[in-house]
Design a protein around this ligand. Structure first.
Ligand SMILES: [Zn+2]
Length: 299
């Protein structure tokens, strides 16, 4: 029996070493991304920016039922007074949505089949040509892949707006989407620095490097009709878990997606404090129901 024990311990030790080699660099990298956050006052300056946006809408691309939560993939579309629009996240096309849902069902048993409602291009319909700007809360496939259908329909002419972290810091789960963006129709605009970043193309749009979930995780903030909307991406997957400061679990944050959990906790608390204000609403990318509850209108 002793040899069997030795072999078992040996195999386990090898598995741990292999995992450390596979995930270690991503864990070290994400712990080094902790950009300064803006103050509430700095964010509120977006409310008074001249020529700021006039509407914000959400469109659901797909959803997957689960025992304790639904996993939704949506795009947020913001409109400026001159009719130009900015899209946050691109979701996925139908084949990729179905593949992604199968992977999720393997990782979290009990998740049902995907209900597909349309790619970003299909959801935007006649508004597609007015989308001149695109931003990604982070470069995971389920937020980026839909840019393929977007570009196929829209053609050249839109720009992407990224922090330096999102444009340059990639890991095993973001490198493919980063490559896809490089070959896409989007002309890249890279914003340097930390804290609240803005660009004259879209006045009143705030862009903030967050880290935590991925090195390039980014907050997009706009004020529309007296409500300050904070698109927080995947810092939490469920809004109630953000508000109760509940993490995603050890397996998720250490093995599935290498996260900086000290940073995601700090961000949950920061977002929860913001969301407490009557005129500030935090939008959690995968929680469509919570977005509607907070007053975000469907496209
Ligand atoms: Zn996601």
């Amino acid at each position: 029996m002793r040899w069997l024990l030795r072999i078992t311990i040996g195999v386990l030790a090898l598995a741990v070493v292999a995992l450390a080699v596979y995930l270690g660099p991503a864990h070290i990298q994400i712990r080094g991304v902790e950009p300064a956050l803006p103050t509430e006052e700095e964010l509120r300056a977006l409310e008074t920016t001249p020529g700021g946006p006039v509407s914000i809408r959400i469109a659901r691309s797909s959803s997957q039922r689960g025992p304790d939560r639904d996993l939704n993939h949506s795009v947020v579309v913001i409109e400026w007074p001159d009719g130009r629009r900015f899209m946050i996240d691109a979701a996925m096309d139908q084949p990729t949505s179905e593949e992604f849902a199968k992977l999720i069902a393997k990782l979290s048993p009990g998740m049902g089949p995907v209900a597909f409602e349309g790619s970003a291009a299909e959801l935007l319909k006649d508004k597609l040509d007015t989308v001149d700007g695109v931003g990604f809360t982070h470069l995971h496939e389920d937020h980026v892949q839909g840019i393929e259908a977007f570009c196929a329909e829209r053609g050249e002419g839109a720009r992407s707006y990224q922090t330096l972290w999102q444009a340059t810091q990639h890991n095993l789960h973001t490198v493919d989407s980063a490559r896809q963006l490089e070959g896409s129709c989007l002309e890249p605009v890279i914003l340097q620095g930390d804290g609240l970043l803005t660009h004259s193309d879209f006045p009143g749009l705030g862009i903030v490097g967050l880290g935590g979930h991925t090195p390039g995780s980014t907050l997009f903030a706009v004020s529309v009709d007296g409500t300050l909307w904070l698109m927080s991406g995947d810092i939490s997957n469920v809004k109630s878990m953000m508000l109760s400061n509940t993490g995603k679990g050890w397996l998720y944050s250490n093995l599935f997606v290498p996260e900086n959990t000290a940073r995601t906790e700090m961000l949950r608390l920061w977002f929860a404090a913001m969301d407490e204000k009557l005129d500030i609403e935090v939008v959690v990318a995968h929680d469509y129901a919570a977005a509607l509850d907070s007053g975000l209108q469907p496209l």
